[in-house]
Design a protein around this ligand. Sequence first.
Ligand SMILES: *Cc1c(COP(=O)(O)O)cnc(C)c1O
Length: 374
Amino acid sequence: MSKKLKIPFLDLKKINQPYAELLNLEAQKVIESGWYIRGEAVDQFENEFAKFCGVSNCVGVASGLDALHLIFRAYIEMGRLKSGDEVIIPANTYIATVLAVSSVGLQPVLVDVSKETFNLDEENIIQALTPRTKAILPVHLYGQSVEMDPILHIAKQKQLLVIEDAAQAHGAFYKEKRVGALANASAFSFYPSKNLGALGDGGAVCTSDNELADLIRSLANYGSKEKYVNLYKGINSRLDEIQAAFLSIKLRDLDVQNFKRQSIAQRYLQEITHPNIFLPKLPKVFSQHVWHAFVLRSQKRDAFSLHLENLGIGTLIYYPKAPHQQVAYRSGLKYDSLSITESLADSVISIPMHPQLSELEVSRIIEGVNSFES
Ligand SMILES: *Cc1c(COP(=O)(O)O)cnc(C)c1O
């Protein structure tokens, strides 16, 4: 069946259309500058994004995975972490979160998530603590900020590092602070589909730790600060000028775009009334969720997805398998029961959620969900 979807799950062209003219101008400027990697546009975006998040440093890198990877690499270079140290990670996450930890020789410890938020919570962390636990890696999944205070409290008591995976939650608040400014360091992705998306790959580390930021800057640039002087065995992970210039344009509008997502979420939450389709929980505070995804649950998700497809509405399952269920991780992970995560992997299904959905499209999606016969 290759029927053309009338409301595709995601429409990146439509999402970038409002900025097309400005993006063209920026591309032109970069082309004419003759400088394409780590220059003025990157400096400018780093300053703007640091200010936006409320941290003193932002380091642009090549992807969200690299941002996470570089944070852990840097803590190892600083002697704050060493091979075999345990890092607590929510099992309900994208594989990148886990890859960043295992790729530098640290031990990923997966814990189940809260029944309410599907995010990391203190109860599951406490059960997984051992003398080797050295860091906690909360993921603000689907755009919802994790309840950070209890986690920061444990971290303080046990002297653990806390690193945020903020790849899905640009602009979300936790109390009076933005996601990305809540812990020791945070990683962002600017993959095109994220709330703040480039037109290619990109990522950033945010932190108010100047030493960490400097070190990450060199690690991402072959381990050198000064050209051809290599202090570390680094990697090449840099943000391009053209992507940084695009991101600066889109950053100006991020709060407005997130607000549109929140309005759509509010309609979905109020108007989807199907008895067997389960809605996500409304966050305690409106600004705590920027709705990167709107994730429903259904015990009959294949039939549900087909029903919507027949109405021309796209859906996506993320994620159909949790990291510990992947072949790549048939060994090397530490975990106990992950029953909530596993039941989520079997039942989640996302409906379209992006700022350029029209009121009419949202209405059609709601009608489509409510008309599922089950
Ligand atoms: C997208 C994403 C990443 C990885 O970002 P890339 O830029 O694709 O490398 C990491 N963690 C989470 C939760 C993500 O959604």
